[in-house]
Design a protein around this ligand. Structure first.
Ligand code: 8YV
Length: 311
């Protein structure tokens, strides 16, 4: 008999296929009445979640036999980890397999916001090259400093790439690491010492609006902000105002505070490059993430230790 698993949302197609082949899946996202649907599932021991779908204490209480929550994604900020710990529920995520793609996205945003390639392409497509002449000059990456806010595994992958572009690296973490990069004591100091502030820190209460007006003031009118982490880390209305008033040079954003809703005022900014949270969105990486999500569930049901445990 296949074990049961509750799915909070539809998964990436290949993962959905694999999970349905291995488990009896209960699709919470299709239930018209979630309460009634969950009542029939009180014996289910596993839950699969997808990014922002997460899992709160109420959902955990509705599944009293729950032993494991397997998340698709490295960020588990949408899962109530304290509630899971209290109930002795294992939480797993999908680290490492996405480092390269997310780091590629971080560099693409850095290059595009500094060199204004999307805007330059728009200029060409609008026939303005021939009509008005060369596109205005932009800013070089080489010799500039990237300040990494959250130097974990993804941050390290970004640092390697940025150095290949000729950039210098500094960082801030809650705890200083045993690395060669200069350390700044807080986000304000890091922003002050950086041309590009790269946000890689996890989301959640501990980092909520960590990048605020003070940090953006320290970054200054020649500084760029790139965020591939979570929209919650930035005070978004303040960022919008700073971009509109050119109090920072520009921003490259893959994440927003209330995805998939993005305040439309962002759409008219000529100093922002905006992506719809595609950091890890390649077939290869999403397949690897989905496989790890399913492998964690399979390990648990085989009585083995899970592969990537958060709590
Ligand atoms: C995922 C992410 O796309 O891993 C993460 O934390 O933000 C992304 O890689 C996301 O979790 C799925 O919604």
């Amino acid at each position: 008999m296949k074990p049961d698993v509750v799915l909070t949302s539809r998964l990436f197609a290949r993962t959905q296929e694999r999970i349905e082949a291995q488990f009896t899946c209960h699709r919470l996202y299709e239930a018209a009445d979630r309460g009634a649907f969950l009542k029939g599932l009180s014996g289910v021991r596993a839950l699969a979640t997808f990014g922002a779908g997460g899992a709160d204490a109420k959902l955990m209480d509705a599944l009293p036999k729950l032993e494991i929550i397997s998340n698709f994604g490295v960020g588990v900020d949408a899962i109530d980890l304290d509630a899971a710990k209290k109930r002795k529920i294992i939480v797993t995520n999908t680290p490492d397999v996405l480092n390269d793609c997310v780091a590629d996205t971080a560099m693409a945003l850095t290059v595009n916001v500094m060199r204004k390639f999307p805007q330059a392409e728009g200029y060409l497509r609008a026939g303005q090259w021939a009509a008005k002449g060369a596109y205005p000059l932009t800013a070089s990456l080489g010799g500039k400093t990237m300040g990494i806010l959250g130097l974990g595994r993804i941050g390290e992958a970004i640092a390697q790439r940025a150095q290949a572009f000729g950039m210098k690296i500094r960082y801030h973490n809650r705890n200083k690491k045993d690395v060669a990069y200069p350390y700044d004591a807080d986000a304000v100091a890091l922003a002050k010492n950086s041309d590009v502030l790269m946000i890689v820190t996890p989301g959640g209460a501990a980092t909520d609006k960590l990048v605020n007006a003070k940090v953006l003031d320290a970054l200054g009118p020649k500084g760029y902000l790139v965020n591939i982490a979570r929209g919650s880390v930035v005070d978004e209305p303040v960022l919008l105002k700073y971009l509109q008033e050119k109090r920072i040079a520009g921003a490259g954003l893959d994440v927003f505070a209330d995805e998939p809703r993005v305040p439309p005022e962002f759409f008219t900014l000529d100093n922002a490059v905006l992506l719809p949270h595609v950091g890890s969105a390649t077939v290869e990486t999403r397949t690897a993430m989905g496989n790890l999500q399913v492998d964690n569930l399979l390990a648990h049901f085989a009585g083995k230790p899970v592969l990537s445990r958060v709590v």
